[in-house]
Design a protein around this ligand. Structure first.
Ligand SMILES: O=C(CO)[C@@H](O)[C@H](O)[C@H](O)[C@H](O)COP(=O)(O)O
Ligand SMILES: [Zn+2]
Length: 197
């Protein structure tokens, strides 16, 4: 057991080293998209399943409340939290539509969808991306493995941030680092630290 635990730490560190080479430009593109959307008065919707649902909420809470320092609230909403909406859509229609129906109702032109899936193959996340495109939103996709079907849905105004790993847990560990980089970039751009802070 101890050997396996140590191996997981090593694997996670190595994945982050590989990601530090592969991802900064795409993270910067995603951050700029978000900063421009927030300056325009648009919002960011986020979604994902399982651990990625937690990541979607982690991101929205850091925009709505705070990341590392106090500043005005920013408009973001995780589509993973309203159990009445999610269970009724899954019950009456399909689990594949739990996010897309919310995007169709809440998404406005210029908004951003933060779509999170380690495999890139979660049907409800892919449907949310399709719904976002019909609303003239743009997409920041956090993926892993080979990008899955999600990779094929993205246009030049979107960005895919694909973690170079084939293991869901390792991919998720880097997704959280990506999310913190997005939050930090947004804060630094919109609320630069002034002298005396
Ligand atoms: O957190 C974990 C595994 O670390 C799981 O809950 C995992 O998120 C779930 O199996 C998801 O359904 C996987 O979906 P996806 O990342 O392929 O879109
Ligand atoms: Zn997990």
């Amino acid at each position: 057991m101890l050997e396996n635990i140590k191996k997981n730490f090593t694997e996670s560190i190595q994945t982050k080293i590989a990601a530090a080479e592969a991802l900064p430009e795409s993270i910067e593109k995603g951050a700029k998209m978000m900063i421009e959307a927030l300056i325009r008065g648009n919002k960011i919707l986020s979604c994902g399943n399982g651990g990625s649902a937690g990541d979607a909420q982690h991101f929205s809470s850091e925009l709505l409340n705070r990341y590392e320092r106090n500043r005005p609230s920013l408009p973001a909403m995780a589509l993973t939290t309203d159990s009445s909406t999610i269970t009724s859509i899954a019950n009456d229609f399909s689990y594949d539509e739990v996010f897309s129906k919310q995007v169709k109702a809440l998404g406005q032109a210029g908004d951003i969808l933060l779509a999170i899936s380690t495999s890139g193959n979660s049907a409800n996340v892919i449907n949310a991306m399709q719904a976002a495109l019909t609303r003239d939103m743009t997409i920041v996709a956090l993926t892993g493995k080979d990008g899955g079907e999600m990779a094929g849905f993205l246009g030049e105004n979107d960005v895919e941030i694909r973690v170079p790993s084939s293991r869901t847990a390792r991919i998720q560990e880097v997704h959280l680092l990506v999310i913190h980089n997005l939050c930090e970039s947004i804060d630094n751009a919109l609320f630069p630290i002034s002298h005396g802070d």
